[in-house]
Design a protein. Structure first.
Length: 151
């Protein structure tokens, strides 16, 4: 008799479970590869569709940046010009006020000098007339004193 059995060997419970798991695992791997390939294809399609839009958006952004830089430069120039104008006006105004003040001071000094000269002249006249009257009174008093001493 031969030692080979004529019937196929019966598999045990765990062997059947292992076979089932292997079949599921192989099926899952195949399905995962299919999904991976489909995702790669989809990514390539989307990249092709997005590339032109991305370029257009990039151009628009560049144009917008240029426009913003130009506007900022223009605003800066206008602000600097306005500041220069204000400074110039302030300097002119300050010079005008200084000139007016100097003129007024000169006028006041001139008036004060005229007034001082008038007061000085008046005082000199008063002093001269006082000296004359004092001289006359002194002469009159001296004459009286002589008369009293001679009499």
């Amino acid at each position: 008799m031969s030692e080979k059995p004529t019937k196929p060997e019966e598999k045990g419970f765990f062997d059947k479970v292992i076979e089932t798991i292997e079949e599921l695992w192989d099926g899952t791997k195949d399905k995962a590869e299919d999904i991976k390939e489909a995702a790669e294809d989809k990514i390539q399609d989307l990249t092709k569709k997005v590339a032109p839009a991305k370029k257009a958006a990039s151009k628009k952004i560049t144009a917008a940046k240029t426009a913003v830089k130009a506007k900022v430069a223009d605003a800066t120039t206008k602000a600097k010009t306005a500041v220069k104008d204000v400074k110039a006006k302030a300097d002119t105004k300050a010079k005008d006020i200084t000139t007016k003040a100097k003129k007024e001071v000169a006028d006041v000094k001139a008036k004060a000098d005229i007034k001082a000269k008038a007061v000085t002249a008046k005082a000199k006249t008063a002093v001269a007339s006082a000296k004359k009257s004092a001289g006359t009174k002194t002469d009159a008093a001296a004459g009286k004193a002589k008369r009293k001493t001679t009499a």
